[in-house]
Design a protein around this ligand. Structure first.
Ligand SMILES: Cc1ncc(COP(=O)(O)O)c(C=O)c1O
Length: 407
């Protein structure tokens, strides 16, 4: 049997060093549980960073992928497939769900979040305007276009010059948007909750106000729901969640990826009304995007979320998880909605907490030095949640000098 150590040594010799050393080498997953090469079991409370919506090896997802691969695995986009068309229709229906007026949606499928944002970025150029108003703390991906929309200097600077005419304003600040958006603005781009920045929730009137400002200036409202979409916050899209918005929001563009196909690579750029018709033939393309296997996987995920009542489950489990974590006074604040969970620590020890949690058999992530993030499967079982709740105080004991914090 190849051990963690042996795999890690081979990893270092074979892969580019973009992610730093792996935290462990995983070999198997089932439900919310994964096992590493040394045979250690973990409860996966990160879910591939908000990707494994149904956990690992969900029978419905496995069956859908297997059956589709046996039937028709890949075609080029010179041809169409039933799963691709059905998935586009289903996503359009989910966007329509909360709207009174009929909305026409058009979809472009990709293989990742960054590519979905690239497609959307190019779409906005077809308005004849080039300026994008994005937000500080934003994360939209690592390709050159998506990186131009991402604010973090450490990610941007080594690769400049990036595509220009992107303005960053403080997140959650409607007055700053008002001041920055003008008749040259092609789109306002925001995450309904900032994920990578540390699960930052804006005021409930932020998205409705952003929409008003966009429309007053003839600009598009583009929501990056790559991390927040597909049930993550307890509604299909975060912009439909009454806990996050105080009035209906009807974005012109929504980008999706991560949880959409439960772990099979996929992304989608959804555009409504006129925005859905901005591309002409030849304006954009992809070899794999809309691949029948990925589309079938996404349909299985959407079916499972609907039929297993996972939106309500994610809301309830998210509330329980926050309450359990916050029961310890070394957590000074909880953030997020549904199963996108941020825990602010009294001290900047998130990295130590993540290590202590892994030692105790739980996979978490340090979004920022003081904030721990969790994005577990939407079908997270009570037993796994209870196990985490029981282990949490000891994890904090190991990671934090409790005397220093409570004094
Ligand atoms: C909000 C948001 N947008 C875009 C991306 C990029 O997605 P991908 O890593 O699939 O390219 C991410 C990934 O974390 C994200 O959270």
């Amino acid at each position: 049997m190849t051990t963690n150590a042996a795999w890690t040594e081979r990893y270092t010799g074979a892969l580019m060093n973009t992610f730093g050393p792996p935290k462990t080498v995983l070999v198997r997953g089932e439900g919310a549980h994964v096992w590493d090469a040394d045979g250690r079991e973990y409860v996966d409370l990160l879910g591939g960073i908000a990707v494994n919506a149904l956990g690992h090896g969900h029978p419905r997802l496995v069956a859908a992928v297997t059956e589709q691969l046996q039937t028709l695995g890949h075609i080029s986009n010179f041809f169409a497939s039933g799963p691709q068309i059905t998935l586009a229709e289903r996503l359009g229906g989910l966007l329509q769900a909360e709207r009174i007026e009929p909305v026409e949606t058009r979809v472009f499928f990709t293989n990742s979040g960054a590519e979905a944002n690239e497609a959307a970025f190019k779409l906005t150029r077809r308005t004849g305007r080039t300026k994008i108003v994005a937000t500080e703390g934003s994360f939209h991906g690592r390709t050159m276009g998506a990186l131009a929309l991402t604010s973090k200097l450490a990610y941007r600077e080594p690769f400049e010059p990036l595509p220009g005419d992107v303005v960053f304003v403080p997140y959650g600040d409607a007055a700053a948007l008002e001041a920055a958006v003008d008749r040259d603005t092609a789109a306002i781009l925001v995450e309904p909750v900032q994920g990578e920045a540390g699960v930052i929730v804006p005021p409930r009137d932020y998205l409705p106000t952003a929409q008003r400002i966009a429309h007053e200036n003839g600009a598009l409202l583009w929501l990056d729901e790559i991390q927040t979409g597909v049930g993550r916050t307890g509604t299909w899209f975060a912009h439909q969640n009454p806990a996050l918005v105080d009035a209906p929001v009807t974005p012109d563009i929504v980008t999706l990826a991560k949880g959409l196909a439960g772990g099979i690579p996929i992304g989608a750029c959804l555009a409504t009304h006129g925005a859905g018709k901005l591309f002409d033939p030849g304006n954009h393309g992809t070899t794999f995007g809309g691949n029948p296997v990925a589309a079938a996987a996404a349909l299985a995920v959407l079916d499972a979320i609907a039929e297993e009542d996972l939106l309500a489950h994610a809301s309830a489990q998210g509330a329980r998880l926050r309450a359990a974590a916050a029961a310890d006074s070394r957590v000074v604040e909880t953030r997020g909605e549904g199963l996108l969970v941020g825990l602010t620590l009294a001290e900047p020890r998130a990295a130590e907490v993540v290590t202590a949690a892994q030692d105790a058999g739980f996979l978490l992530n340090a979004a920022t030095p003081e904030r721990v993030r969790m994005a577990p499967p939407l079908n997270l079982a009570d037993a796994d949640l209870d196990a985490f709740a029981a282990a949490w105080p000891a994890i904090l004991d190991h990671a934090i000098d409790s005397a220093g914090v409570t004094s």
